[in-house]
Structure formats: structure tokens, C-alpha cells
Write a protein that binds this ligand. Structure first.
Ligand SMILES: Nc1ncnc2c1ncn2[C@@H]1O[C@H](COP(=O)(O)OP(=O)(O)OP(=O)(O)O)[C@@H](O)[C@H]1O
Ligand SMILES: [Mg+2]
Length: 337
């Protein structure tokens, strides 16, 4: 396929157009990306010791498990003892609903959302809501985000709105170890804002024939966004979701993905599990709905894999290590010989 071709993915839940090259005017940088500052000059604040890892959960294909991953990986990382913020960048606001926030009625008082952050003076801190897990917070999405794509076009630094808001948040005392951005199933200005704000992409993928179709285009999009807006952007990992290792197709697709992505393919796979599908209707992450389900265990395993890749030891990992009983020395009869 030529680089300038327009690529369509037909899906029952989305219709997506790849960005043609060269980037259309709407996606050209409105201003130069901010220059990295070393923090060594006496005029600049010292480099922060605590780092925040911002990951965009992204795939232009609909219904592949982005929202399920944002909610449950976020919850699992929070339960490992880390401070986590999920930002719901999708007008469908499924992450918001899945964490127990009802869709707002028109006559209800306005709940601040990421829309107000992108298009107004609202800060992320002002829009942040607590969740039932103490260390997990949410910046809600809202249906207003549908219009944000058009409204943003005339806003200065339109691609950097989320980046700048996150930068402001993480420069204050409020520290998050992880910020997860749940993206809509489209490469629109909302997703672009997430890609510009993120350090890594986490790509959920179903192990099916058509899943492979968009992958090389997804990677070339990553490259183009990295070149034009965010040189720090990289692929954090590819995650197989709704996985059934009993089928030949799953195994074949997994082999292909392993060959293509190498160690970027997460070792953890998320099985198809009914508890994962039920949990959002109860407004809870699966770890709170059914902590012993295969779905909850898989997302905990994923959280540990992410932490291990990042070289971060969590309070829970330390606890588990110190509670692990040392292996008993093997003794053979007769003991006194
Ligand atoms: N591992 C799983 N096992 C069973 N059901 C799942 C699993 N992962 C996701 N689902 C279900 O599949 C559907 C789509 O998942 P989800 O909403 O997470 O996908 P998405 O990529 O965010 O979709 P969209 O592109 O529309 O935002 C949901 O009904 C969800 O509950
Ligand atoms: Mg979603």
C-alpha cells in the first residue's frame, strides 16, 4: 500500500480513516513541540525524582478491549500500591461509566470532564474524581467530546492541549506513577492529543485474522506522530485480549505477532472472561467485582509485567517477596547421617 493511500477499516463499531501522508493541515503542528529542558540550569527547577509514565491505550479498531484494559490495568496498578490516573478521552465515556459514574442528564449540575480541560481553563486536578480504589482517580469523559474534534481546530496548540494539561498536573505536588489515556476508536484530534501527551502506546489486539490488517499502519502512524509532534513516543506493548489459546487461529496469529513485535508483545494474555464483561455494568473494575476471576488475575499479571518492564518495584511486590516462605532444605532419611 502506498504511504499516501487512505486506509479503511470496516468494523461494526467504527469506521476509520488513516491519516494520509503528508499530514493534512488540520493535523500539522500549530506550533513547534516544546523543547526538552535539562533541569541543570540554576534558573530551572531541578529534575523531578518521581516519574510519571503516561500510556495511551490505543487501537483504531473498535471493540478490541481498550476500555476494559484502561479500567482494569489502572485498577490493578493501583492495587499494587501505585497512584494511577485514568483519563477518559472517548466521547462514548465507557471508562467513566465502567468506574461507576452515571451518564449525566441535561438538568443535572455540570460534571467537569476532559472536554473542559481541552477547551477551557479547567485543570486536570479540578476535573479529577475519586474512585472506589483510593489510589485510582479518573478524569471523566463526556459526550461533549464529539464536538471537541471540530472545536479544537481553531484552538492554539490544539494537538498539545492534553500534553500541556498533564505537564501542568505532574509539575505540581500531585504525583501519579501512571496516567492511562483511554482513546476512541478513531485517529481524530482526541487520539492525536493522547498520542502527543503519551510516552508509550499500549495496543490491545484480538487474535483474529483482521486484527493483523491494521498493525503496520498503526506503527507507521506512531512514527509519523513521533516525527511531527512527540519524539518521546514509543510502543510500550501489544496486548492480546479476549484470547482463547485453544484455537489454531489464535496460536497462528500469536506466532505472527511474536515474529513481528518480538518482546514488545506482552507475555500476559487476557482471556475471554464473562466477569470482565459484567463488571462495568456494576461500575467496578473486575478486581472489585470478582477478584478471583481469570480476568482479574490476568490484569494483575499484566500490571506486574508492566511494572517489571519499567523496573518499578511496587509496595505489593515487596510485601509478596517478604511474605514468601524460604524454601526448606531437603532432608533425607536417615537425618543423622
Ligand atoms: N477479555 C474479555 N472477555 C470478555 N469480554 C470482554 C473482554 N474484553 C472486553 N470485553 C467486552 O467486549 C466489549 C468491547 O470491549 P471494550 O469496550 O473494552 O473495547 P474498546 O476497544 O474500548 O471499544 P471501543 O473501540 O468502542 O471504545 C465490551 O462489551 C467488553 O465488556
Ligand atoms: Mg472504549
Amino acid at each position: 500500500m502506498s504511504a499516501t493511500a487512505v486506509f479503511h477499516v470496516e468494523h461494526s463499531r467504527c469506521s476509520f480513516r488513516w491519516l494520509p501522508l503528508p499530514l493534512p493541515v488540520a493535523y500539522m503542528p500549530s506550533e513547534a513541540p516544546p523543547q526538552a529542558t535539562s533541569g541543570t540550569s540554576p534558573l530551572q527547577p531541578p529534575a523531578k525524582v518521581l516519574r510519571t509514565k503516561t500510556l495511551a491505550v490505543v487501537n483504531q479498531k473498535g471493540g478490541v478491549g481498550k476500555t476494559t484494559t484502561a479500567i482494569n490495568l489502572g485498577a490493578a496498578l493501583a492495587l499494587e500500591g501505585h497512584s494511577v490516573l485514568i483519563i477518559d478521552c472517548d466521547p462514548q465515556a465507557n471508562t467513566t461509566g465502567g468506574l461507576g459514574f452515571r451518564r449525566q442528564k441535561d438538568d443535572e449540575p455540570h460534571r467537569l470532564s476532559v472536554y473542559d480541560v481541552l477547551l477551557g481553563p479547567t485543570t486536570l486536578a479540578e476535573a479529577t474524581q475519586p474512585t472506589p480504589i483510593a489510589t485510582l482517580s479518573l478524569v471523566p469523559g463526556s459526550k461533549n467530546l464529539v464536538g471537541a474534534n471540530i472545536e479544537l481546530v481553531s484552538v492554539p496548540r490544539r494537538e498539545f492541549r492534553l500534553h500541556d494539561a498533564i505537564h501542568r498536573l505532574t509539575s505540581t505536588d500531585q504525583h501519579y506513577t501512571f496516567i492511562l489515556l483511554d482513546c476512541p476508536p478513531a485517529l481524530d484530534l482526541l487520539t492525536l492529543n493522547a498520542l502527543v501527551a503519551a510516552e508509550g502506546l499500549l495496543v490491545p489486539l484480538q487474535a483474529e485474522y483482521f486484527a493483523l490488517e491494521g498493525i503496520s499502519e498503526l506503527i507507521s502512524t506512531l512514527d509519523r506522530v513521533a516525527q511531527a509532534f512527540n519524539p518521546e513516543l514509543g510502543l510500550e506493548g501489544v496486548l492480546l485480549t479476549m484470547y482463547d489459546d485453544r484455537t489454531n487461529l489464535s496460536q497462528q496469529v500469536t506466532e505472527n505477532l511474536k515474529a513481528f513485535f518480538g518482546d514488545k508483545l506482552f507475555k500476559t494474555t487476557i482471556p475471554r472472561n464473562i466477569r470482565l464483561a459484567e463488571a462495568p455494568s456494576h461500575g467496578k473494575p473486575v478486581a472489585m467485582y470478582d477478584a478471583r476471576s481469570r480476568g482479574a488475575e490476568a490484569y494483575q499479571e499484566l500490571a506486574i509485567e508492566v511494572l517489571t518492564r519499567e523496573g518499578i518495584e511496587s509496595p505489593r511486590m515487596k510485601e509478596r517477596k517478604s511474605n514468601a516462605t524460604p524454601k526448606k532444605e531437603m532432608k533425607f532419611w536417615p537425618y543423622n547421617k
